[in-house]
Design a protein around this ligand. Structure first.
Ligand SMILES: [Zn+2]
Ligand SMILES: [Zn+2]
Length: 366
């Protein structure tokens, strides 16, 4: 991976030089902003999916018709489909985060894998959703950059974890059972990565990692695609902590998580989502000490409350994350579930002028 040239060296130079100067701001939640639109089933479907299936696609040997079964899946809640059915909404959300001060925006592709899309019977859309998702983010970034050329804006092509874990059984009575495999994951991630690159991503991010084996499949797929193209993009890796013990679902501490993925030589390692910024503090501290790459965090706005909302205000989060920055822990910071452009604006303001974390010099650094 490391010997390959960059796909777009000028963009990487711009990113590295911005990282050397300041703490960069990642955007906030996509889902929280989509919720505000109170979209109904028909809105999710748009024109192309009005009948409940993709009017432009039928599986081989299948003809859509009355009772063919394809319309059995509600699309409401399929936020990634909005990239195709409501592109203006998605582009506007990116634009709102850029206006709030984000340097990097994440593509609306968190669930654009065959495994997640199978819930909606749309697993054939992996390539298209990832490519179009990256294009929408690219368009929004290009507009923001044209308005202020001194400030480059970057597209993070997002690879989500899928809803299945490759290293644990979901069934306590069948400990050997796996709902997905490394190979199945790698196959759909390869398709996703190709789409994200062709759509104009500047960086890829494997995020919300709860199972390190799933992440390894994503990184393996990324590597495959880079090898096939003879060129690469920078890669960000971000895990999540699933309980108060401070471990990932597959049982690793933040330190073990770093050591098991450092071979990928990422641009950054970090933690996102989880229980909110306060609970991530000790784990980000560890990463900041052990990792010889940039450190990122984009936490939730606290824990979900009884109504499915999030309670931490922009000021709450900004206050906590400012302390992270003052302690020298951050290179990139943003928000995950429950955060809005107001949160991102407050976080950007709070860390403004504070120096980025200095990477430790490692005696044994590769
Ligand atoms: Zn059909
Ligand atoms: Zn989250």
């Amino acid at each position: 991976m490391t010997t390959l040239p960059w796909i777009n060296p000028a963009r990487v130079d711009a990113l590295l030089s911005a990282l050397a100067q300041r703490i960069l701001i990642i955007d906030g939640a996509m889902g929280t902003m989509i919720q505000r639109h109170e979209l109904q089933e028909a809105d999710y479907r748009g024109e192309r999916f009005a009948q409940g299936f993709d009017a432009l696609f039928a599986p081989e040997g299948h003809a859509h018709g009355a009772g063919c079964g394809c319309a059995a899946h509600d699309q409401r809640g399929n936020n990634d489909l909005l990239t195709l059915s409501q592109p203006a909404i998605i582009r506007d959300i990116h634009a709102a985060y850029l206006a709030a001060g984000a340097d990097l925006v994440e593509t609306n592709t968190f669930n654009s894998t065959a495994i997640s899309l199978a819930d909606y019977h749309l697993q054939h859309l992996v390539r298209e959703l990832n490519q179009r998702g990256a294009q929408l983010a690219r368009e929004a970034c290009d507009v923001a950059e044209a308005a202020d050329p001194s400030r480059p804006r970057f597209v993070i092509g997002v690879l989500g974890p899928t809803s299945r874990t490759a290293s644990l059984s979901p069934d306590v009575n069948r400990p050997g059972f796996r709902a997905t495999s490394f190979d199945d994951l790698a196959q759909t991630y390869r398709e996703a990565v190709s789409g994200l690159i062709d759509g104009g991503s500047d960086v890829l991010m494997v995020e919300t990692i709860f199972d390190t084996l799933n992440a390894k499949a994503a990184l393996f797929a990324i590597d495959d695609v880079f090898e096939a193209r003879g060129a690469r993009l920078p890669v960000m890796i971000s895990g999540t902590i699933t309980d108060a013990s401070g471990r990932t679902l597959s049982g690793q501490t933040a330190e073990a998580f770093w050591y098991s993925l450092r071979h990928a030589q990422p641009l950054s390692i970090g933690l996102n989502c989880a229980l909110g910024p306060k609970d991530l503090r000790p784990h980000i501290d560890i990463l900041a000490q052990v990792a010889d790459v940039h450190v990122s965090t984009h936490p939730n706005a606290g824990l979900p409350n009884a109504f499915g909302g999030y309670d931490e205000t922009p000021e709450d989060m900004a206050t906590v994350l400012r302390e992270f920055a003052e302690a020298g822990l951050l290179n990139l910071v943003g928000g995950c579930c429950g955060t809005t452009p107001d949160h991102i604006a407050a976080i950007a303001q709070a860390v403004k002028g504070l120096p980025p974390r200095q990477r430790p010099r490692m005696a044994d650094a590769a």
